[in-house]
Design a protein around this ligand. Structure first.
Ligand code: SF4
Ligand code: SF4
Ligand code: SF4
Length: 328
């Protein structure tokens, strides 16, 4: 554990980012589930906020560090097999609808395997900046859904909600793809925009064991698990798929035991929650690991179903390898 925390520190220091979450200051940031405790002059873990004169200030005012692109539907979205656009006939390739993919350039986690690590440079440099209104104007007549990811929308909650309020009026579905480190202050509001638009909340659970989660991400998963429970409760009784879980099968870290713990937790929340098991590709500080093997992925699917989950899917099958490693 100490070694992995040292790796987090070293990688962040190289970019001039705050090395760990401040936990002892007098001023608490309530914008995300990390709840950084800052003293005057301290910058938060996401690099978006600073403590000044006893309060938390936005460093970029109402703007977020963000970029966007259009992804033609159907996309390789993590929730593609339960996508609400399917039932609405929006995935028909003749109509060329698109997803407005919103990539936030900041994150409140620090995954050693991050496959979207370009957010780190954006976060360190603080650009490019956009207001919610300018970003919402990027949607066009072919936009069927918006997906907030990055980086992560959980430390960009107010911005993403403001964008959503513009888009909902144009019938666009709002989806979040997030690590789930969302503050209580924003969780229900985010859930509400997703539900009103008919979109989905996709939570990447990563690991159930707190020590594995912390080694992988540098932060705690307590808030993630609590939020997942709350969202599952909110989702019960809705007539479309609201909550989707994903689990990245990282060799040596997310073994079958860990998958079992996570899936028992998901099943306890609601066994009907669709769950995607995703293949891992070596990246960033974990580039020495192999790609997830087919044997690992198919055994993980068996274990997930044995845990009681009713709708499990192996995503990115093409990525799976024949690598030989221990996963039981
Ligand atoms: S938004 Fe989260 S990570 Fe950023 S300063 Fe606030 S509590 Fe810390
Ligand atoms: S972002 Fe949402 S609506 Fe769009 S493809 Fe993914 S699940 Fe479907
Ligand atoms: S939560 Fe996502 S974007 Fe943030 S560091 Fe982890 S993998 Fe990267």
């Amino acid at each position: 554990m100490n070694q992995s925390l040292e790796t987090h520190r070293r990688l962040r220091a190289r970019l001039g980012l705050v090395e760990t979450i401040h936990g002892h200051g007098q001023i608490v940031c309530s914008e995300c589930g990390n709840h950084c405790r800052l003293n005057n002059g301290d910058v938060g873990f996401c690099n978006l906020r600073i403590a000044k004169n006893g309060i938390i200030e936005e460093r970029f005012k109402e703007k977020a560090i963000v970029s966007y692109y259009y992804d033609p539907l159907p996309t390789n979205c993590v929730a593609d097999w339960v996508c609400p656009c399917k039932t609405d006939g929006l995935l028909d390739s003749n109509h060329r609808f698109n997803n407005l993919a919103v990539f936030y350039g900041s994150c409140n986690s620090d995954c050693l395997f991050c496959q979207n690590a370009s957010y780190r440079d954006m976060m360190a440099k603080g650009r490019s900046l956009m207001t919610p209104h300018a970003l919402a104007e990027a949607a066009n007549e072919r936009t069927a859904c918006v997906c907030f990811f990055g980086g992560d929308p959980s430390c960009n909650a107010a911005h993403s909600i403001a964008v959503s309020e513009f888009l909902i009026h144009h019938g666009i579905k709002v989806c979040y793809e997030t690590n789930g480190i969302i503050s209580r202050k924003w969780l229900k509001i985010m859930a509400d925009v997703v539900i009103r638009s008919g979109g989905t909340f996709k939570i990447d659970l990563k690991a159930y064991s707190s020590n594995i989660y912390k080694a992988l991400t540098g932060v705690s998963n307590t808030v993630v698990l609590n939020n997942f429970r709350r969202l599952a409760k909110i989702g019960r009784g809705l007539n479309h798929t609201f909550l989707v879980a994903s689990i990245l099968l990282i060799p040596e870290y997310v073994s079958v035991d860990e998958v079992q713990r996570l899936c028992e937790f998901i099943a306890y929340c609601d066994p009907t929650i669709p769950t995607a098991l995703l293949g891992f590709a070596p990246h960033l500080a974990m580039s020495d690991l192999p790609r997830t093997s087919r044997a690992h992925a198919f055994r993980a699917k068996e274990v997930a179903e044995e845990a009681g989950l009713e709708n499990v899917r192996i995503g990115n099958l093409a990525l799976l390898s024949k690598a030989d490693y221990v996963f039981e």
